[in-house]
Design a protein around this ligand. Structure first.
Ligand SMILES: [Cu+2]
Length: 162
């Protein structure tokens, strides 16, 4: 409970800082960050759930995922299912380092925003959310929770596409 309260207090404090930032700076920097997020072609494309070759269920608790690595064949579509078995909101997104770096900045600027992205879902405690993603390129990518601080505490994993 103590951690949850501190977390809520931190979120309540951030909007004032974000408002100052918007007043003092131009929009060029933000535009760059958003661009890095929107270009998901670096790690794949939105998938058709009906054509998924398998379902990967990831359970979220405080503060961990029960899956930490995943191997995928290039061209494969995965149906990701996020099961929130915890007591806080959690997210599951797929991307590369640049995507998560840009998304973390956006989360700090706009706390409490609703995510409507093809490569990411969020779930409240006890809820389940899903999305399908097609991995079009070989490489090492990651999945992570974008709630502030969660990835650093271990809510992240590696996706190896071969
Ligand atoms: Cu989380």
């Amino acid at each position: 409970m103590r951690i949850a309260f501190a977390f809520a207090a931190a979120l309540a404090f951030v909007p004032a800082l974000a408002a100052d930032g918007h007043a003092g700076h131009g929009s060029g920097h933000e535009g760059h960050d958003m661009g890095a997020m929107e270009d998901t072609s670096r790690f794949g494309a939105p998938g058709d759930a009906a054509k998924a070759s398998r379902t990967v269920t990831v359970k979220a608790t405080e503060i961990a995922y029960d899956v930490t690595s995943l191997e995928v064949k290039a061209g494969e579509t995965i149906l990701f299912v996020l099961e929130n078995d915890g007591t806080q909101d959690h997210e599951l997104g797929v991307g590369d380092a640049a995507f998560f770096e840009a998304h973390a900045k956006m989360m700090a600027d706009m706390p409490g925003m609703i995510h409507a992205m093809p490569n990411m879902v969020g779930a409240k405690p006890g809820e389940t959310a899903k999305f399908a993603w097609t991995f079009t390129k070989a490489g090492t990518f990651q999945f992570a929770c974008s709630m502030p601080g969660h990835a650093a505490l271990g809510m992240t994993g590696t996706i190896s596409v071969k």
